[in-house]
Design a protein around this ligand. Structure first.
Ligand SMILES: Cc1cc2nc3c(=O)[nH]c(=O)nc-3n(C[C@H](O)[C@H](O)[C@H](O)COP(=O)(O)O)c2cc1C
Ligand code: SF4
Ligand code: SF4
Length: 258
């Protein structure tokens, strides 16, 4: 069984290669009792500022996993900044343990930092399939491994924390504005794992509350009508993992069911 969190499909793509039984964290988190049993249990999610999304951390804090083997796979796009070590520190802080924590480099969907066209062009160099296969083999063999961080990795994370004054969330709050191109289709409301967006008078309104900064809303808008309030590398190009359908993201993230 694998739990996953995804904004643009990378982490779901990895989860699909690892396990048949997949559970979306934005859906599971609403259960009162989070007790799960399985031979092997895993979590796949992206790294934001080298760390797991707030919702994934909350899930890990509350969930009880009855399993012989627990693993984390963390997707990222450029620099993991010691993400595996940081995830282990987080698990330690809530008296949890993982047998295996690894990272995997994929397309970087962080729009202020990267042009999605360039990201797609260099994607083959990242050898995603080979890395997924290696992780699959590790998990099948129940390998015990926490990806070590180098001093350089730790330096990147320290610099990031200093830049964001210790509160990375601040950097990403109120990042979005909806332009006049919005047609009120509601796609953004359904791909949002935080349930932060609603459509009023044929226009999307983003409350920003519970925002996970996953950027699903901005990447999936069919009219490119959501823009960042800070400079973007290429405002005309958006990204979603080519093997993941929009309906799968909606199924994973929609908070407006029923
Ligand atoms: C707000 C935000 C912060 C990010 N921070 C990092 C980072 O620190 N290092 C990195 O290499 N990638 C970073 N990324 C890129 C994502 O981790 C990467 O694209 C991930 O595979 C996306 O997964 P998803 O498609 O499942 O949402 C960030 C992306 C976002 C949206
Ligand atoms: S997805 Fe885009 S066009 Fe559709 S409601 Fe949201 S902002 Fe408007
Ligand atoms: S508002 Fe956008 S960035 Fe924030 S959680 Fe929802 S989809 Fe993700």
């Amino acid at each position: 069984m694998v739990f996953y969190f995804t904004g643009t499909g990378n982490s779901l793509y990895v989860a699909k290669q690892l396990e048949e039984k997949r559970i979306s964290i934005p859906q599971a988190i609403h259960e009162e009792e989070l007790v799960f049993e399985g031979d092997t249990i895993g979590v796949v999610c992206p790294l934001y500022g080298h760390e797991m999304p707030a919702m994934v951390k909350e899930f890990l804090r509350r969930a009880v996993f009855r399993t012989e083997y627990f693993y984390l796979v963390l997707t990222y796009g450029k620099r993991h900044g010691g993400g595996a070590e940081l995830a282990k520190e987080f698990l330690d802080s809530c008296q949890r343990q993982a047998d295996y924590i690894n990272t995997i480099i994929m397309v970087d969907n962080y729009l202020p930092g990267f042009d999605m066209e360039e990201q797609l062009a260099i994607n083959p160099e990242k050898k995603v399939e080979e890395h997924i296969e290696a992780i699959r083999r590790d998990i099948a063999a129940r390998k015990r491994f926490i990806q070590p961080a180098t001093e350089e990795d730790r330096g990147w994370h320290r610099a990031f924390i200093e830049r964001t004054a210790g509160e990375p969330e601040k950097l990403w709050k109120n990042l979005y504005e909806v332009t006049g191109d919005c047609i009120g289709c509601g796609v953004c409301t359904r791909v949002c794992p935080g349930g932060c967006i609603r459509v009023e008078n044929q226009k999307a309104v983003n409350t920003g509350e519970n925002c996970q900064v996953c950027m699903a809303c901005i990447h999936h808008c069919p009219k490119n009508a959501i823009r960042l309030t800070i400079p973007e590398k290429n405002p005309d190009k958006r990204y979603h993992n080519e093997f993941i359908r929009l309906t799968e993201i909606v199924e994973a993230n929609n908070q407006h069911r029923g």
